[in-house]
Each structure stands twice: as C-alpha cells, then as structure tokens.
Design a protein around this ligand. Structure first.
Ligand code: ADP
Ligand code: 5GP
Length: 203
C-alpha cells in the first residue's frame, strides 16, 4: 500500500486552520483519504470543545511525562501552553495509506518539515492583520491580553510564510477552500496538473 503524506496547515492563530480542515474532512473528495492528527494540549478546553475530538486535554505533569518518553513527533510551548503531536498515531495512519493533516504552529511545522521531507507545507493567512484581529475578536475565545499575545506572535509567524510550499490567503472562505482543495488534489491525489495552480497564491 502507498504510504500516506503529511499535510501541514500552519499560520497564525485565527487564520482559519480549524475552519478549513473541518471543511476538508467533510468533503467527499477527501474524507476517506485524510485524517486529522489530534494534538495533546495543556490548554483548558473552550466551551464546546471535547476531549478526544478537538484535542486530548491533559495537565502539565502528564504532558511532560509523555514528552520525556518521546511520545511526540514534535511538541512546543505556544502562548503559555504546551501542545504536542502524538507520533504513534501519525505513523500508524501513514502506514495505512492515510494522508495526515497537522494543524500546528510555525515552530512545530519547521520541526515536522525537517523530519518528513515529503510533507506538504501550507501556510494559511488572513488578507491583513486587521482581518486577523477582527476574526479573533469575533471568535471570542481569548481575553484581551491573550488576544494581544496572539496578534503579536502572528507578526513574527507571518515572516515564515516564505518557508512553505504554498500560501493560501483565507479571504472568502469558499474561495480559500477551493484553493486548498486544488493544492491537495494536485500534490496528494495527483488529480490536477500542478502547473494549473495559481502562481500568485502558491509557490
Ligand atoms: P485557527 O484554527 O487558525 O486558529 P479558526 O478556524 O478558529 O482559526 O478561525 C478563526 C475565526 O475566524 C473563527 O471564528 C472562524 O469562524 C472565522 N473564519 C474562518 N475563516 C473565515 C473567513 N474566510 N471569513 C470570515 N471568518 C472566518
Ligand atoms: P489553539 O489554542 O488556538 O487551539 O492553538 C494555538 C496554536 O497552537 C495554534 O497555532 C495551533 O495550530 C497550535 N497547535 C495546536 N496543536 C499543536 C501541536 O500539536 N503542535 C504545535 N507545535 N502547535 C500546535
């Protein structure tokens, strides 16, 4: 069986990684061939988030123990909380021929990209920082200080966009989704010729 590929969706918090990957996992063109890697975090669940569906929520002691045992493909401290990608699950899914989506921060993306050379690295951004701020405010999951930290970090993260295979601007959701789907069809499913991709949005 052909081994699956890792697809990294990265970019600032609020850029739309969750929205886009959830759309992808509902799309009949992808849902049987793609799985999302479920990260482990010490962050508290947001209202509506479920353990084992959105993240595995654990405490810092449990996280550090897993980290010590080498259970993570990568792990990072992001905005005062720890996040990690469980290695076993990713490898099992790749071996089963599934393509594995990782929605992770830019530091984690750099680590995974250096370990899995065939990973497809996609950077998601909003048209402007103003849009990013408006979306984080509208999502209303962080208090003012935490939101400020996410925006400050975003400015640094945006500098890394050039390291990615593709940059998708999440302007109008359906348009951005079509762009993402087209990239994945070309890169992973081999269904569209790569040269047909819009060179302005992808490199
Ligand atoms: P991330 O997972 O990258 O942190 P989210 O997917 O949670 O980002 O998106 C941040 C917020 O922006 C959410 O409230 C989401 O509903 C909203 N959003 C996502 N994409 C768009 C878009 N294209 N236009 C307007 N709002 C969007
Ligand atoms: P949030 O708290 O908004 O769910 O996530 C905060 C940031 O951590 C986002 O940029 C998200 O992509 C990133 N993140 C989530 N899971 C992981 C992970 O396993 N590893 C790394 N490095 N970042 C992660």
């Amino acid at each position: 069986m052909k081994r699956g590929r890792i697809i990294i969706l990265s970019g600032p918090s609020g850029s739309g990684k969750t929205t886009l990957h959830q759309k992808l996992l509902k799309d009949p063109a992808f849902k049987r061939k793609f799985v999302k890697s479920l990260s482990v975090t010490t962050r508290a669940p947001r209202p509506g988030e479920q353990d084992g569906r959105d993240y595995f929520f654990i405490n810092k002691k449990q996280f550090l123990s897993k980290q010590k045992k080498g259970e993570f493909l990568e792990s990072m401290k992001v905005f005062d909380n720890y996040y990690g990608t469980p290695k076993d699950k990713v490898d099992q899914n790749l071996d089963r021929g599934k393509n594995v989506l990782l929605c992770i921060d830019v530091q984690g993306a750099a680590v995974v990209g250096s370990r899995y050379k065939d990973a497809v690295k996609i950077f998601i951004k909003t048209p402007s920082l103003k849009d990013l701020k408006a979306r984080l405010e509208q999502r209303a999951t962080e208090d003012t200080d935490k939101l400020k930290l996410r925006l400050k970090t975003a400015k640094e993260e945006l500098k890394e966009a050039g390291e990615y295979d593709y940059v998708v601007i999440n302007d109008v959701l359906n348009r951005a989704y079509r762009e993402l789907a087209r990239i994945l069809k070309a890169e992973v499913l081999g269904a569209v010729k790569k040269r047909k991709l819009n060179p302005a949005l992808s490199r």
